[in-house]
Design a protein around this ligand. Structure first.
Ligand code: SAH
Length: 225
């Protein structure tokens, strides 16, 4: 039931970033978003997404929407983060995961919260520095580097799972090469107007490819800044 008294505005402001706001988002992802994996839902429930965006936007942190993080980039929509994470861990239990496109660090933090050993690569130095500060403040232990992620991270290959969070016109073969046998890769592929989320599973008989549907991501860009 809706309470008939009104809370003070400052209490409402805090409410926007409260545990209750996060719980409501997670219930929406479950009920309307079709997210089934309880491990993924628990990770989203526990991680404070508002700490991954600018304070001026924190009142919108628990809306199911992408938000700007500076340098023309965005933190992905929670449903997309949940869906990609679910797709990544559905078949088996990956241990080592490579992420391309650290951005705010939120997706990487979700993976680390799930207990995975996370390696994340970002091409924009300023974003990476902000993400690293967040990992430190939250006590999350993961490895990251400033580089062109299309090359992967060969020194730490093979990875049980690879997640790409920016859209390329095609899949980079270096990434598929660095995927372990039995491993899963999830990536948006397409141009600015039309992208599909693909899941590739490397099996002894070859690579199985699945289309998980339409998505919208910022582009995968060569080089570093
Ligand atoms: N996973 C991020 C999503 C950020 S948006 C999050 O949870 O917030 C995609 C990110 O990919 C941007 O930060 C962009 O700079 C980065 N990116 C684009 N092309 C890249 C490349 N070639 N190598 C590494 N990062 C790249």
């Amino acid at each position: 039931m809706t309470p008939i008294f009104h809370r003070k505005p400052e209490a409402q402001g805090q409410g926007m970033t409260s545990q209750r706001a996060r719980d409501r988002l997670v219930e929406r992802l479950r009920a309307e978003g079709g997210i089934r994996d309880e491990r993924v839902l628990a990770a989203l429930r526990s991680l404070p997404r508002h700490l991954f965006i600018d304070e001026a936007l924190s009142s919108r942190a628990y809306e199911d929407t992408a938000l700007p993080i500076g340098n023309g980039q965005t933190i992905s929509q929670p449903w997309v983060v949940a869906r990609m994470t679910e797709a990544l861990i559905e078949h088996g239990a990956p241990r080592k995961v490579l992420e391309i496109g650290t951005g705010s660090g939120y997706q990487a933090a979700v993976l680390a919260t799930l207990g995975l050993e996370v390696y994340s690569v970002e091409r924009i130095d300023e974003l990476l520095r902000n993400a690293r500060r967040r990992f430190r403040n939250l006590g999350l232990n993961l490895r990251s580097k400033h580089d062109d992620g299309r090359l992967g991270w060969p020194e730490h290959a093979p990875f049980d799972a690879i997640i790409v969070t920016a859209a390329g016109a095609a899949l980079d073969s270096a990434l598929l090469d660095q995927l372990a046998e039995g491993g899963t890769l999830v990536a948006p592929v397409g141009d600015a107007n039309s992208q599909n989320l693909l899941r590739l599973c490397k099996t002894p008989d070859g690579v199985q490819r699945e289309d998980l549907g339409k998505v919208v991501f910022v582009p995968l860009v060569p080089g570093v800044v």
